[in-house]
Ligand binder design. Structure first.
Ligand code: G6P
Length: 503
């Protein structure tokens, strides 16, 4: 039964260290952003982002608590309720934002886990901050989780939390989901703290990944970095538990998204967008966080060459490039922004005329309605990631195309490519192939597009985010129950030895 006490209530079971909540989500970010309100003050609003759209509906249903960082350095806000969710903030000091968030999370792990597209940096001071901040998240979760509660830890920023929680709260059912890829061992092995990371993750009962290949990579890392044996999809952890690693491809609230796209004002807005673009025959669209993993420069190279070749040209064809601001204080992101903006400027300079640029570049974030209107306005959606855990934009495009029109060009290096096999799949490194596929997608006949879109829509609607969460949580329940049964005291029962200290 969900517990109805609100966030911030002093833990009821202080004696045994337990808190009030039966379901606890732990993620680097709270699912809300602080924005300016109409009266000049500030208010919390649900943030866009993949993880938020994925978990918000489940949080509301289960009356659980979400533990995360507000996104600003300095003291955490007092626990509060927003969008039907209980939220507890974790404080990050300015140096921790620099060393744990911008540093170890986004300049060490992010590039390492995305096949070293950018060079990862390894700094011992960043690792120390990562350990300290993971400890804070683990302590906050431990203080708020009821006895035998389910704790679901998310993503690469918090890989040590399952191990830390297991040490202090062996009663908990702990799940971990990695939203980004898990790299092959040859790459992962570069990490000086690879053993500690593997052992941290193994504090969970179940470790979820986007693709089967990610789970396989993790199983291999457990053998090689931690010297543990594996059997099928299970790791034999050092304390005698069996930990399962498996694929649970994340999705979107497909019906909810389709509903937004079907609203008359959103449909009207999509017509307005096409008009503002000069009513071209063909609208191409790219939507990403401005991140080097997304292959934005590869996309621009292919499009620029198509224009050079004269195979497509404005005003008949335009590309709308939405690149939302991201991690702007990290050097690699600043450099990428400069490169993208120079490239866009060059292509527009070479191929544009007054009022008719071939690229409409927007370095901004938009609410869901505007995104849906953009998807509806686009004939061809371009997803060209060099490596991507899932790519929910691809799924949102599919969910919004109720009339089964539109073409999805999709990189085979996304998690989504495993599921959306009817997309026009591309290798973004193969610029010639990318150009040919963009042209093929933009000239395909309606029957072919419909056949492809129908198959993709079936997948996206049958495997939505509710299905993802249900499947993960059910599997977690089975794995943890199995552990509890095995641990029941009986003749000759001994407690497993605690895991070694993370450092
Ligand atoms: C990816 C990660 C998330 C992260 C998001 C935005 O989707 O998997 O964990 O929250 O990017 O990045 P940010 O650094 O702004 O949180």
């Amino acid at each position: 039964m969900p517990n109805r006490r609100s966030a911030g209530t002093p833990p009821s079971g202080a004696a045994d260290g337990a808190g009030p909540f039966d379901f606890v989500v732990v993620a680097n970010r709270l699912p809300v952003d602080q924005v300016e309100s109409s009266d000049g003050g500030t208010e919390w609003r649900a943030s866009p982002g993949g993880l938020v759209s994925a978990l918000a509906p489940i949080m509301r249903q289960s009356d659980g608590v979400w533990i995360g960082w507000s996104g600003s350095p300095g003291p955490a806000p007092e626990p509060f309720d927003s969008e039907g969710m209980h939220l507890i903030g974790v404080e990050l000091a300015p140096e921790e934002v620099r060393d744990y968030y911008e540093g170890f999370s986004n300049a060490t792990l992010w590039p390492l886990y995305h096949d070293v597209i950018a060079a990862p940096e390894f700094h011992r001071s960043w690792w120390e901050a990562y350990v300290a901040v993971n400890r804070r998240f683990a302590d906050t979760a431990a203080a708020n989780a009821a006895k035998n509660a389910t704790v679901w830890v998310h993503d690469y920023q918090l890989q040590l939390v399952p191990g830390m929680l297991r040490q202090t709260r062996a009663d908990l059912r702990i799940g971990f989901f990695n939203h980004i890829p898990f790299p092959g061992y040859e790459i992962f092995a570069q990490l000086p703290w690879r053993r500690q990371v593997v052992e941290g993750l193994l504090g969970a009962d179940l470790i979820g990944f986007q693709r089967r290949a990610d789970a396989t990579n993790f199983l291999r890392a457990s053998r090689r970095a931690a010297g543990l044996s594996t059997r099928g999809s299970e790791v034999n952890a050092a304390d005698g538990r069996r930990v399962r690693a498996a694929a649970f491809p994340i999705s979107i609230d497909s019906a909810g998204f389709a509903e937004v796209a079907a609203q008359p004002h959103v449909q009207a807005r999509s017509k307005e967008i096409r008009e503002a673009l000069g009513n071209p025959k063909q609208v191409l669209l790219g939507v990403d966080r401005l991140d080097y993993t997304k292959g934005i420069l590869h996309r621009l190279k292919a499009y620029g060459e198509i224009l050079d070749d004269g195979e497509l040209a404005p005003p008949d064809t335009v590309l709308v490039l939405v690149a939302s601001p991201s991690r702007e204080r990290v050097e690699q992101y600043r450099m990428l922004r400069d490169e993208v903006e120079v490239t866009v400027g060059r292509i527009n300079g070479d191929h544009g005329s007054v009022g008719q640029p071939p690229i409409h570049y927007l370095h901004q974030s938009y609410p869901k309605e505007e995104m849906a209107a953009l998807y509806l306005a686009a004939d061809v959606m371009l997803v060209t990631s060099l490596r991507d855990g899932m790519n929910l934009v691809a799924k949102e495009y599919v969910a919004s195309r109720q009339d089964e029109t539109g073409a999805l060009v999709l990189s085979e290096f996304t998690g989504a490519a495993d599921e959306l096999t009817s997309a026009f799949q591309i290798n973004p490194h193969d610029i010639e192939g990318l150009k040919q596929t963009i042209l093929r997608a933009s000239t395909a006949n309606q029957a072919e597009l419909r056949r492809r879109m129908r198959a993709m829509r079936r997948r996206v609607f049958e495997h939505d985010v509710a299905h993802w969460a249900r499947t993960f949580l059910r599997t977690l329940e089975d794995s943890a129950d199995h552990r509890h049964r095995r641990r029941e005291p009986g003749p000759g029962h001994t407690r497993p030895s605690p895991e070694s200290e993370q450092h």
